[in-house]
Design a protein around this ligand. Structure first.
Ligand code: ZN
Ligand code: MN
Length: 133
């Protein structure tokens, strides 16, 4: 019985974390998710947030976006889509660009591989940062 309770609590935590992640399109850090989840579950620890974000990523419910030097960001919208990353402020924006499936076919054909998915990132200076200059 105690075991079952623990399981329900874990499932509940994961659900809250996923809801927080899906409530935004800003691609937040684990720390931001932590601050938001705490409003609903004050006793949650940062370690729990990290563990659940990892699980959600492994389950294919979320994406982990890592851009080298900065902290990982998370995306609760796991369907394939492209991002623009501002090199100035670090903002990550979803692009409306349709996913180029034809790219997978031509890459697959050219190297004789079966392509399962692809990622494409665009980098530059966002319009807010450009306006500041
Ligand atoms: Zn910017
Ligand atoms: Mn995204």
């Amino acid at each position: 019985m105690a075991e079952k309770k623990g399981f329900i609590r874990k499932t509940k935590q994961r659900e809250v974390i996923l809801n927080v992640l899906r409530s935004t399109r800003t691609h937040p850090t684990a720390d931001w998710v932590y601050q938001e989840v705490r409003k609903e579950m004050p006793n949650v620890s940062l370690g729990t947030i990290y563990r659940n974000l990892k699980t959600l990523t492994e389950m294919g419910e979320a994406l982990e976006l890592s851009y080298g030097s900065t902290y990982s960001r998370f995306d609760g919208h796991a369907d394939n889509h492209y991002h623009f990353v501002c090199e100035e402020c670090g903002d990550v924006t979803d692009l409306e660009l349709p996913v180029q499936d034809s790219l997978e076919n031509s890459v697959g054909d050219s190297i004789g591989a079966e392509i399962t998915h692809h990622r494409l990132e665009f980098y530059g200076i966002c319009n807010h940062c450009r306006a500041k200059k």
